[in-house]
Ligand binder design. Sequence first.
Ligand code: HEM
Length: 334
Amino acid sequence: MQINIDLKGWLAFGLMALGSHGVMADDGEVTPLQVIDAIEATFGVTPGERRNHIKGTCAIGEFVGSKEAAKFSRSTLFSGKPIPVIARFSLAGGNPKAPDTAKSARGMALEFTLPDGSLHHMAMLNTPVFGAAHPRTFLDLMVASKPDPATGKPDPERIKTFKASHPDNKAQADFLSNNNPPSSYANSAYFGIHTFKFIDQKGATTLVRWRFVPHDGEKQLDESALKSSPANFLEQALIKRTAQGAVKWDMMVALGELGDTQDNPTIAWPESRKQIKAGTLSITEAMPQKGASCEKINFDPLVMSNGIAPTNDPILLFRSPAYAISFAKRLGGE
Ligand code: HEM
């Protein structure tokens, strides 16, 4: 299946989901609108802004793909020509004032403009796995995380009940509690998490998972920095770092083997999988998002170039209509 649909198409799809219950990626019972409602109930609404990953920074740069990747995917991402990139780095969650020390996920979203003008998107996290195998788990996490009006914090009992009844949340939650957040967006790896398909010139498919590995090395805040760092340092650190020269990541692609999970983003593949270097991303400039090019982009992960395709991962398929609803609302000033 090849998916290459423009943003207006996905916006229309999201609006369709807004008006109806249970269209396509509804996971049986859970609809994208229900999830957006739950995110809004937990974090509140900041009009005109993203419902999730609200706090972020724009950046620009380019990507150069490798010949090795071109053997597995006919996508022009891997033509070897420099591909312009608009990027957005972010903190997970809908709280615009979340401190940069929060032990939540960090995001890196990329929009590639291919030589023929078409787009390819990736929206990744700094965790190797996701915290939900099905939209139901994500919905229940949002509901359980809603602050108790008496304390302003989530009710610990509800969180306990959520954890006990949703073991698919554990791997990501453990990663986030055992790994302090990165000291800079430039010092983090970012994972595509889902399994995707690479399709070659002859139509042969290879199952893949990718991650972006930073040339600057991975560094986490130590315990004292976690306590003493100000609420906002990530944006300025990235702006300063790019002013000194391009920040680079290698796109490393793991090639799947028989039996590797295709549709469960909570389960990592063994580290022993063969990896190829599929290209290098260079981020050359970063800037606050207000009025910058990343602000009005919907980094829909199903916007893909010919040669890369989605699997049936229910989370991957659910993201697209959920993002479209958030995008439609924020563009409308809601
Ligand atoms: C049920 C699962 C998920 C839901 C409901 C969800 C929901 C959302 C929403 C509503 C947005 C804001 C969209 C916008 O207004 O532009 C968003 C942003 C984002 N999500 Fe997800 N998400 C899910 C899973 C994931 C996963 C698995 C990843 C990573 C593999 C991810 C990475 C991101 C990133 C990086 C952004 C920020 C994009 C940007 O900078 O604009 N999300 N998510």
